[in-house]
Design a binder for this molecule. Structure first.
Ligand SMILES: [Zn+2]
Length: 158
């Protein structure tokens, strides 16, 4: 049964997002994250993945990546939030978006995009509105560096 719908996003004001169309229990696989399976060699050679724009690339294993930047991948519409309610879960060459907490009908589905901290982080501002938002899309484990830099130390309420 379909658990999500596509609507204009509250986070990305210029774009769309996915919303829960019914209550979703923690641990539920909501949607398959699909795309093109490509070799790491191709990833390294392609200009598309040079980190100059938001990318939808996942590491599947030592040999293959998944490029989710394809029109038929609905899951790519899921926006980043610093207090995300979903996460990506991989098994073999399959990738799922899974609820990591109980989600209420009408809530926007959000993931942690997991961009690592580097000098380019400022090109990905975050407007998710979470209490713990650091203002930029950065992997949770790297956020302390941003917090330190901007002296916006806040407790993560999870
Ligand atoms: Zn945020």
């Amino acid at each position: 049964m379909k658990l999500y719908g596509i609507r204009k996003s509250n986070i990305d004001r210029n774009g769309r997002g996915l919303y829960a169309i019914k209550d979703i229990k923690e641990g539920t696989r909501i949607i398959n994250y699909v795309g093109k399976i490509i070799t790491k060699k191709k990833t390294e050679e392609s200009k598309k993945f040079d980190n100059s724009k938001p990318i939808y690339l996942f590491n599947l294993n030592g040999r293959y990546d998944l490029d989710g930047d394809v029109p038929w991948n609905i899951a790519r519409l899921i926006n980043h939030a610093c207090l995300n309610n979903c996460d990506y879960e991989g098994k073999g060459l399959k990738l799922w978006v899974v609820a990591i907490k109980d989600i209420k009908k009408g809530d926007e589905l959000t993931c942690d995009y997991g961009f690592s901290y580097d000098s380019d982080y400022k090109q990905f501002p975050c407007k998710c509105g979470s209490k713990n938002c650091v203002g930029f899309i950065v992997r949770e484990g790297s956020r302390w560096r941003i917090n330190k830099k901007f002296k916006k130390i806040q407790r993560v309420s999870r």
